[in-house]
Write a protein that binds this ligand. Structure first.
Ligand code: FMN
Length: 185
């Protein structure tokens, strides 16, 4: 059974990226996957301080904030879903600190890494052009490559601005199928 961690990057409750992540989870539930969902806007997350103290306390990072519980969830996960609205052509401000705080996993002293974990990008944007996701997708691909994470799916949904817009698209069905397909034994 797969352990799935879903990171919700929007501050809006039940907005487009929450809805697409929920659809993914519903698909994964059909295969009885273990799912943990974390709404990042409810957490206090500092950015990386570049203090070069990664792992000095035995934990990835010395900052005593909610990233500590996210590290535990990340370590347990086989597959991590990054569900984000596009903000200024990149990650939302809620999601970005998580990536910054993955820095310990690329340090030479890292006793464990994210290598081999699967990664899924679910992203939504108000603009109707697919092209607006270029920067976000580039960041996702390069970061996963550096961390050794295996990208198994990228679902980018343009043209959804208001919270319920995604219901008018085929994205929820696609996400549900993806959740089911990626958790099949
Ligand atoms: C601060 C901010 C920045 C945004 N930047 C972009 C952008 O660069 N491109 C775009 O197409 N939409 C942009 N949007 C629109 C959101 O991506 C869009 O409304 C999305 O559906 C929000 O997702 P949510 O319902 O999951 O919160 C921005 C919205 C906010 C609040």
């Amino acid at each position: 059974m797969k352990n799935i961690l879903i990171l919700l990057g929007s501050p809006r409750a039940d907005g487009n990226s929450d809805k697409i992540a929920k659809a993914f989870a519903e698909g994964a539930q059909k295969n009885a996957a273990n799912i943990e969902t974390i709404k990042l806007s409810q957490k206090q997350l500092k950015g990386c301080q570049d203090c070069r103290k990664c792992w000095q306390t035995g934990k990835p990072c010395v900052i005593p904030d909610h990233m500590q519980e996210i590290y535990e969830a990340v370590d347990k996960a086989d597959l991590i879903v990054f569900s984000t609205p596009l903000y200024w052509y990149t990650w939302s401000s809620q999601m970005k600190p998580v990536w910054d705080r993955f820095l310990p996993y690329v340090s030479k002293e890292a006793p464990r890494t994210l290598a081999g974990k699967e990664a899924v990008l679910l992203a939504v944007a108000g603009d109707s052009s697919e092209e607006v996701f270029k920067g976000l997708v580039y960041s996702f691909e390069k970061s996963c490559s550096l961390l050794g994470m295996k990208i198994v799916a990228k679902l980018t949904i343009p043209g959804v601005y208001n919270p319920k817009d995604i219901e008018q698209t085929s994205a929820l069905k696609e996400a549900e199928k993806l959740g089911e397909d990626l958790t099949k034994n």
